[in-house]
Structure formats: structure tokens, C-alpha cells
Design a protein around this ligand. Structure first.
Ligand SMILES: Cc1cc2nc3c(=O)[nH]c(=O)nc-3n(C[C@H](O)[C@H](O)[C@H](O)COP(=O)(O)O)c2cc1C
Length: 195
């Protein structure tokens, strides 16, 4: 079943590349409502992603189950191998499951108190990357959840976040492989430096 209303579709966690006025490519983890012809996402107003989208109006949105890349894009500034996009002046991460190249059609402020903007973007090209999807894995989802807690450390506080990480670590230990363990270690290192 394909849903194209954008905001009805499932929120998929993606890695979004955008290019700044200085030519630097930024990778950011971002939840995206995934339609066939249109994607909708909500960057915080403070993000480089939103600044870049305002400047160029183009992005590449990647699906990947490489959870290490995902948590690095959420908490740091990864530089994975990339190549030029096909239909826009953007950058495609090579080792992903698939990607979509998009052109922004509308940026609007949201009503809530969350200081985000809503971005609607039209899909203009798509492709598949070199990474085969590996299916569902509890440890991968645990590492994604851990990265969300880490990204909210300032609001939730160290005690709460460390407690959540300990719970999620059990899942990673039980069901993870090297990539999931490395992702969880990256998140724990990020929190340990700041908590
Ligand atoms: C699971 C997950 C989902 C996220 N979704 C969003 C999002 O929808 N919007 C957003 O602005 N940041 C989101 N983030 C946080 C960004 O990935 C992070 O702030 C990143 O550094 C983007 O900032 P930048 O564009 O300045 O690089 C998410 C983080 C995680 C772990």
C-alpha cells in the first residue's frame, strides 16, 4: 500500500544530506513522512539542514539500516563516501539501501512550541545504494532509541538518559552485531562526555 498524503504516511528515520552556501555537505538524522511523490519533514529551526534547505531548496533523503551511520548523523558530523546526485546539485551517500532526491516545494513554521519548520519536498529522482537491507533487528532499534535519548540529554537530564541507555544496552548485548554494538558505544560515549 502506498500513501501519498505525506502526513498520513509512516515516519521513517532517514539520513538527509544538504549542501551549505560554503559547499560543505551536511548529514543529519531526520524523521520523514514517506510518500511516493512527496516527503514531509520537520527540521528544528536551529539546524544546519534547515539553513541549507532555505539556501538551496534541495536534499537527498537516504534510507539505511546502517545504525552506526544513523547515530553519527544524529549526534555528530559523519563524512561517509558520497557521490554527486543525478537530478539535483546534492550528494548521495553510496553505502545506503536507497535514496530519494527532493526539491523543496514549501517551508512553513509549525504552530507548536517546538521551534520547527515543516518542509514539503517533491521527489525528482530515486535510486538504490550498495547496501543490502538486513531486516528487522531489536538491537538496531534500541540504538536508534538510545540516540533519541542522547539528543535530548539537555532536557531529560543525565540520570534519566543513563537509565534508558542501560535498559537499551541489554537489547544490544542480546541481539546486536558489530555495527549495532559500535552504534551503541558511540551513543554512550557521546552521553558520557556530557552527562
Ligand atoms: C531518531 C532521531 C530523529 C530525529 N529527527 C529529527 C527531526 O525530525 N528534525 C530535526 O531537526 N532533528 C532531528 N533529529 C536530530 C538531528 O539529527 C540532529 O539535531 C542533527 O544534528 C541535525 O542538525 P544539523 O542539521 O544542524 O546537522 C533526530 C535525531 C534522532 C536520533
Amino acid at each position: 500500500m502506498s500513501v501519498d498524503a505525506g502526513e498520513q504516511a509512516a515516519l521513517i528515520e532517514t539520513v538527509v544530506t544538504t549542501t551549505g552556501s560554503d559547499g560543505v555537505v551536511n548529514c543529519a538524522a531526520m524523521g520523514v513522512r514517506w510518500g511516493e511523490e512527496q516527503l514531509v519533514f520537520w527540521p528544528f529551526n536551529s539546524t544546519r539542514t534547515l539553513a541549507n534547505l532555505r539556501f538551496r531548496g534541495e536534499a537527498v533523503v537516504h534510507l539505511t539500516d546502517d545504525v552506526l551511520l544513523f547515530v553519527q548523523a544524529a549526534l555528530g558530523h559523519p563524512r561517509p563516501p558520497m557521490r554527486p546526485a543525478n537530478a539535483i546539485a546534492g550528494s548521495v551517500i553510496e553505502e545506503v539501501n536507497s535514496w530519494r532526491e527532493v526539491v523543496v516545494s514549501e517551508i512553513t513554521p509549525t504552530d507548536g512550541a517546538t521551534a520547527r519548520s515543516r518542509v514539503r519536498a517533491r521527489v525528482v529522482a530515486a535510486g538504490t545504494g550498495t547496501r543490502q537491507p538486513h531486516g528487522l533487528c531489536r538491537a538496531r532499534h534500541a540504538a536508534v532509541e538510545a540516540s533519541i535519548f542522547a539528543s535530548r540529554l539537555k532536557w531529560l537530564g543525565g540520570e534519566r538518559v543513563l537509565g534508558e541507555l542501560a535498559r537499551l544496552q541489554e537489547l544490544v548485548d542480546k541481539t546486536g552485531g558489530p555495527c549495532e554494538r559500535a552504534a551503541m558505544a558511540y551513543v554512550c560515549g557521546y552521553v558520557a562526555e556530557r552527562a
